[in-house]
Design a protein around this ligand. Sequence first.
Ligand code: PMP
Length: 328
Amino acid sequence: MSMGVLDQIGNTPLIHLKKLSEMTGNEIYGKAEFMNPGGSVKDRAAKAMVLDAEAKGLLRPGSTIYEGTAGNTGIGLAVVAAARGYHSKIVLPDNQAPEKYDTLKALGADLVLVKPCPFSDPNHFYHTARRLSESDPQGFWANQFENLANFQTHFETTGPEIWNQTQGFITDFVSATGTGGTISGVSRFLKSKNSNVKVTLVDPDGSGMKSYFETGEIKSQGSSVTEGIGIMRLTANFKQAQIDRAMNVNDQKMISMLYFLAREEGLLVGTSAALNCFAAYELSRQNRNQGKKIVTILCDSALRYQSRVFNPQWLAEKGLEVKPLTSF
Ligand code: PMP
């Protein structure tokens, strides 16, 4: 049977992070979501939302798919749109890594750039995408934050893949959150198989979900260069998550992990993945030699950010240094 591009979304490898495991006396694994056709974990949500819309009769040949995104969902939707004969119109803040805009253009998406602003501002990418879709009778607004096809696909694919790839021996799942689709779908599935699996939420600076989990109030401090993660409101997808503890990881630790993974593991991962890996490492260090099997998500590739993260001038502007992991 010949397979199309959509069939190549998901079923990603689970990579053993050998050095991090040896350094901390537990087993740490990363789910290689950067190997999806659009290069990120968001291909899964994009495919699920489009197939769900097709099943509900919301898309016709030649329709336009609208979405507000930090980039990866837009890239995933542009892949799926191209493969299935739709147009895509993607609204992004104008401060994301340039590689994302280039990739979207290469896939034939129409781009609409907006100034970064708080969610309460009507010009926020989220509201802009909704407005644009409302003025197009053939338009479909994917709405990754509230559309539960996002949660559902992680429950049906990412979760079971991780369960099978660890032969059910997983003890911990570690993940940051953007829409909440990944952490909610995976946490719900894993806990349905074994309620002892512990789930750690990771927040970058500037995200309010750790504080929400711990106090019920959405509060944050500082900001982060990470893209696609961190949120200051409760989304329908995040509401499905089953979380046991929360951790904050700052950008300095994240960058040091990004370089460590490149140089010591031979793995080029993006900023959210490096944040996830630092949290997995920290969790493993705090529980040395406990026989843990910790799984986290390698959401996308460092190559999506290479003009920034491998550019010494950019690092200096952000006040970031490439410090050895052992200095933390
Ligand atoms: N990492 C990156 C690089 C992303 O683009 C996203 C999606 N915004 C996430 C992590 C978070 O995934 P989710 O939306 O499933 O919470």
